[in-house]
Write a protein that binds this ligand. Sequence first.
Ligand code: MRU
Length: 349
Amino acid sequence: MLSTKYDAIRAVIWAEMGVQFLDQRRLPEEETYQVATRASEVAEAITKMVVRGAPAIGIAAAYGVVLAARARFSESSLSWRQLIEADLCALAAARPTAVNLFWALARMRSRIKDLPDNVDPEAVLLAEAQSIHLEDIEANYQMSKLGAALIEGSANVLTHCNTGSLATGGFGTALGVIRHAYSKGQIKKVFADETRPWLQGARLTAWELMRDQIPTVLIADSVAPYLLGQGQIQWVIIGADRIAANGDTANKIGSYSLALAARHHGVRFMVVAPTSTIDWSLSSGSEIPIEQRPQEEILTLAGKAVAMPGTEVYNPAFDVTPADLIDALVTEKGVILQPNSNRMKTLLA
Ligand code: MRU
């Protein structure tokens, strides 16, 4: 087990009154927690990206279901299971791409289905939400070891977006691998893409890595292919928001261009994600719904206009990296090298 030096941040915390979110819109300037006491507030926190990152969104939604059950049971101990449907729908509508949201809601829904009408459901649903949370942290620890085992010698790595404690139950997916590998002396330096437009890399990843005293170099996204061409980077390591059954991977916009540049320059490309991020119902990445974000994210920077008001904007939040550009998919159930539909099936065993 790693020292808590590398595992000290929790973005989602359950408390009796509700669920607390470390407000990711305010980092790194301010470390403030926002409390949601109702399911609608959890849905809003997800939509507004107070809480973000695929696994963290799923965990938040699970706690949102607990709050919904609390409110609906006190409204009607007999028909709370019908009433809670509206809350489940509102939570599901909060963001479209990260499948962990729908996966967590399906788990909570199957618990709800088994519960009797007139018994307070809160304890059972809270236990399920906490299991989802703890299992995610365990999966991250497991993936961190499996991913680090792929890194030879002492490497420089490049990462995109934020995949750390802030994006998960704790510790992180791609950032978990980086944390573990660094602690074992396998990583010299981490290059972090700033990740325009929301700046998850600049605001969140650099903050997490610097807190852990892991040597970090922040770069503009457009620098990455040039850097990969200089032979300075051995691995690109990213997370995922939804992985299709053939291994095609939706992740933060800019991941696809990184994968292309990595393949062109012979740099290996690793995707790290728990199996809760795999959507077995989709045969390829072309079926993954891609969130479109508000135009203000492109027209402004830190609240200041950087383009003519009224300029047409295209702002997809995610892109899809075809499986054949991925060298290794690391899950808690094992590593798939060069993923494709057949090799992915081994994760179902
Ligand atoms: O829009 P975000 O910040 O929620 O997007 C997050 C990402 O794309 C992450 O890379 C992904 O969720 C993996 S996080 C463990």
